[in-house]
Design a protein around this ligand. Structure first.
Ligand code: FES
Length: 79
């Protein structure tokens, strides 16, 4: 397995999201942030399943420190 460095960022991922089931990357290794692309395999970390009820703009957490994961709560501004 490729040894990628987790790519966390101190800003949210702003997405015009569509309704449906999404899998939010918790490991930071995905090349398709903020979604899981399977790169977590072997890390012991699993993605977070998210049900989006309606089409809407979402701010997904980029730093993984939010208390409201998978969504941004502004914590990135304090780290
Ligand atoms: S690639 Fe990060 S949780 Fe799956």
């Amino acid at each position: 397995m490729e040894n990628k460095t987790p790519e966390f960022q101190k800003a949210p991922f702003i997405v015009d999201e569509t309704a449906g089931t999404k899998f939010y990357c918790m490991c930071g290794r995905s090349d398709n942030q903020p979604y899981c692309d399977g790169s977590h395999k072997g890390s012991g970390i699993t993605p977070m399943k998210v049900e989006i009820e309606t089409d809407r703009r979402c701010a997904y957490c980029g730093c993984r420190q939010s208390s409201e994961l998978p969504f941004c709560d502004g914590t990135h501004a304090t780290i």
